[in-house]
Ligand binder design. Structure first.
Ligand SMILES: [Ca+2]
Ligand SMILES: [Ca+2]
Ligand SMILES: [Ca+2]
Ligand SMILES: [Ca+2]
Length: 242
């Protein structure tokens, strides 16, 4: 993969189990940040970080509606990074019509991003969210940038959710999300890049263009919109630049 520091090859070890379990061969990479981004909703401090692009190919809908000019799915650029204290996240979402009239546990029903974390990368089929797993929904509500967190037992600890730094800024047809999730706000997990540690990660960028509840989204990985299943998340590998 091509990083701004120059070309570098990474070795990925695959463990294949005899039962014929499927193997994820399309991992994500998150690069260590020597200089943390400022959480201000301005993404100039993400220049040079490889982005993940989501567009029509990543479109999904509850009704199975095909992509067309009428349903106008969003497009988005996603950025991630990390250091020993935080997992950093930024997104530039292009959306023809912004609509987020909700708050609290209903944020997902308007324009928003649902993010799923399986920090210990230990999901087992059929278990749904377990102790270490968290899901957060980020939205620009009438009250300003808001985040709602939940886990296997329901709503996440509010004090811990408040430790997450978040800014969301709207400019024309763009919505800029920028966040810093303290590793300590979830399971006590700090990735050990040198051991090839990976985290389960997925997100869905919900797109509401005036419907009562949004029925469409752009997805990175699966396991968020069609039932909570961290088994279907993508594997995110944490790497350091030399
Ligand atoms: Ca920034
Ligand atoms: Ca839209
Ligand atoms: Ca887990
Ligand atoms: Ca929208």
């Amino acid at each position: 993969m091509d990083l701004s520091s120059g070309r570098k090859d990474y070795r990925i070890r695959l463990e294949i189990f005899p039962q014929g379990a499927s193997v994820e061969v399309n991992p994500l990479f998150s690069v260590f940040r020597n200089l943390p981004p400022v959480i201000d909703g301005k993404l100039d401090d993400w220049k040079g970080i490889p982005s993940i692009s989501l567009d029509r190919e990543d479109f999904g809908s509850a009704t199975g509606m095909p992509v067309s000019e009428e349903n106008n799915p969003n497009s988005a650029l996603i950025y991630t990074g990390w250091d020993n204290d935080f997992f950093y996240f930024a997104a530039e979402v292009t959306d023809d019509k912004f609509n987020q009239p909700y708050t609290g546990d209903k944020i997902w029903a308007g324009d928003s991003i649902q993010m799923g974390f399986d920090p210990l990368n230990n999901a087992e089929e059929g278990n749904g969210y377990e102790k270490d797993d968290y899901e957060y929904t980020l939205g620009l509500t009438d009250k300003g940038p808001e985040i709602y967190g939940f886990h296997d037992e329901g709503k996440a600890d509010e004090a811990k959710t408040k430790e997450i730094k978040l800014m969301i800024r709207k400019e024309g047809n763009k919505i800029y999300y920028e966040a810093a999730f303290p590793w300590s706000a979830r399971a006590s997990f700090i990735p050990a890049a040198e051991k090839g540690e990976a985290m389960g990660f997925a997100l869905a960028i919900m797109d509401n263009d005036g419907e009562e509840h949004t029925q469409k989204w752009l997805a990175l990985g699966d396991g968020i919109t069609n039932g909570k299943d961290p088994c279907k998340f993508k594997k995110m590998f944490f790497i350091r630049r030399d």
